[in-house]
Design a protein around this ligand. Sequence first.
Ligand SMILES: Nc1ncnc2c1ncn2[C@@H]1O[C@H](COP(=O)(O)OP(=O)(O)OP(=O)(O)O)[C@@H](O)[C@H]1O
Ligand SMILES: [Mg+2]
Length: 208
Amino acid sequence: MRKILIVNPKGGSGKSTLSTHLASWFAWQEAKVMLGDLDRQHSSHHWLDLRPETLPQINRWEIGDDHIARPPKGCQVAVLDTPACFSGGKLKKVLKIVDHVIVPLLPSAFDLWASADFFEELAEMKAVRHENVQVGAVGMRVNSRTQAAHQLPEFLRKFDIPLITSIRDTQLYNQTIQRGMTLFDLPASKIERDQAEWQPLIDWVLKR
Ligand SMILES: Nc1ncnc2c1ncn2[C@@H]1O[C@H](COP(=O)(O)OP(=O)(O)OP(=O)(O)O)[C@@H](O)[C@H]1O
Ligand SMILES: [Mg+2]
């Protein structure tokens, strides 16, 4: 079973977008997918409630933040969305049950500064030191023509964290999310470019 944690204590960095998209991609591969949501705003679970029944199914992973239950047996891929400010003891607990940690990052100075402390905290965690979990970052809403986009890999090098891929800024994300869908639920011809951006992340998850 693959257990994927999506985390960045900085609000609005793209955690729920990343969580719902990964869950949806694996559901299209006919995997038994569970989506957990530790956020009190329940963005991912709210999205799940809106998901049309005709689309590949994603199951709710009910998980309390005081007792982090492992995903149920039979689950093949578990994706866990987290709230802003998620760190410290809660992060430590969750790291015990996951094998991949993906950190979405916006290419803005404020976001990078806020994430620096988090990467330092993450590096100190036992699960990361012992390489029980694999950590990578994903650039979100990246315009490759901007200087900010080029700061991302440079920033991550300081923490020895790979930039797995960068996802462009497009309204398609908002348009699909509000219908309980993701870009992967659209016709392949509409998302060729986006599929190519997601592929390195999918390969990274599948590699381990
Ligand atoms: N690649 C993208 N292109 C355009 N809009 C995007 C993209 N990724 C995310 N967004 C939008 O950015 C906003 C924040 O994304 P999201 O809700 O996924 O962040 P979050 O980290 O889960 O936020 P929170 O910390 O509040 O839980 C949302 O409105 C989302 O639709
Ligand atoms: Mg969220």
